[in-house]
Design a protein around this ligand. Structure first.
Ligand code: SAH
Length: 218
C-alpha cells in the first residue's frame, strides 16, 4: 500500500469510528473529512497521530482540534455551498480547509502571524484557493466582508463577542465555545431578523480567544 493509500485508509476509519458512530450525519461533512489530508496539518513529530481521536499540539501553545469536534461544529453550520464563512482561530488551517470544501468563500483570522503564514501556504499548496487567512484580532470579526452566513469560533470566549453577532446575516449560524478558561459549552446561535436564538450543545475545552471582545491575555 502506498503512503497516500495508507492515509486515506486511516481517514476512512476515522470517519466511521469517530464520526458516523457518534451521530454525524451530513454526507457532505463526512465527505470533506475523507477528502482533507489532516496529516498535512500537524507538525512532523505528530504525523503518526494525525488521525487519532484527540486534539494535538501545533506549536505556539495552540492545538488542532479533535477530529470529531471539527465535524460536529462544521455540521452545525448547515453549509450548502454558496456561503461566505468566517472562522476565528486559523491555527493549523485544518478546520478552514474543511470549510473551504463545503462553502463558497472562507475568511479565517489568526492572531499569531507565524501560524497564519504557515496555514496560508499549506492551504495554497493544497490548491484550496477559496480561503483567505487574515492576521488580526478575530474577536472584532472582519467587518469588511460581512455579513457572513456562517461564523465559527475555534477558541473559547467568556461570552459571544458582540461584533460577531453584528456580522451574522439574517438566518445565519454562529458556533462558539462559551465559558470559563478551563471548560466551555458549545453554543449554536441563529439570527432570526433582529433576534438571536441560542442552543447549548456539548461540553468542550478550547484554548482561549484572546482579544478586545474576549479574554484580555494568555
Ligand atoms: N481551528 C484550528 C484550531 C484553533 S486553536 C485548527 O483547525 O487547527 C485556536 C487558535 O485561535 C489559535 O491558533 C490561537 O492563536 C487563535 N486565536 C486566539 N485568539 C484569537 C483572536 N482574538 N483572533 C484570532 N485568532 C485567535
Amino acid at each position: 500500500m502506498s503512503e497516500m493509500e495508507a492515509y486515506s485508509h486511516e481517514r476512512k476509519r476515522m470517519v466511521d469510528k469517530q464520526m458516523v458512530r457518534r451521530g454525524i450525519r451530513d454526507e457532505r461533512v463526512l465527505e470533506a473529512m475523507l477528502a482533507i489530508p489532516r496529516h498535512e496539518f500537524v507538525p512532523p513529530e505528530q504525523v503518526h497521530q494525525a488521525y487519532v481521536d484527540a486534539p494535538l499540539p501545533i506549536g505556539n501553545s495552540q492545538t488542532i482540534s479533535q477530529p470529531y469536534i471539527v465535524a460536529l461544529m462544521t455540521e452545525l453550520l448547515y453549509l450548502k455551498g454558496d456561503e461566505t464563512v468566517l472562522e476565528i482561530g486559523t491555527g493549523s488551517g485544518y478546520q478552514a480547509a474543511i470549510l473551504a470544501h463545503l462553502a463558497k468563500k472562507v475568511y479565517s483570522i489568526e492572531r499569531i502571524p507565524e501560524l497564519a503564514e504557515r496555514a496560508q501556504s499549506l492551504l495554497h499548496s493544497l490548491q484550496l484557493e477559496n480561503i483567505e487567512v487574515v492576521v488580526g484580532d478575530g474577536s472584532c470579526g472582519l467587518p469588511e466582508h460581512a455579513p457572513y452566513q456562517a461564523i465559527i469560533v475555534t477558541a473559547s470566549a467568556p461570552e459571544v463577542p458582540k461584533p460577531l453577532e453584528d456580522q451574522l446575516s439574517d438566518g445565519g449560524r454562529l458556533v462558539v465555545p462559551v465559558g470559563s478558561r478551563v471548560g466551555q459549552v458549545l453554543e449554536l446561535w441563529r439570527r432570526e431578523g433582529q433576534k438571536l436564538v441560542c442552543e447549548k450543545l456539548a461540553p468542550v475545552a478550547f484554548v482561549p480567544l484572546i482579544g478586545e471582545h474576549a479574554w484580555s491575555h494568555e
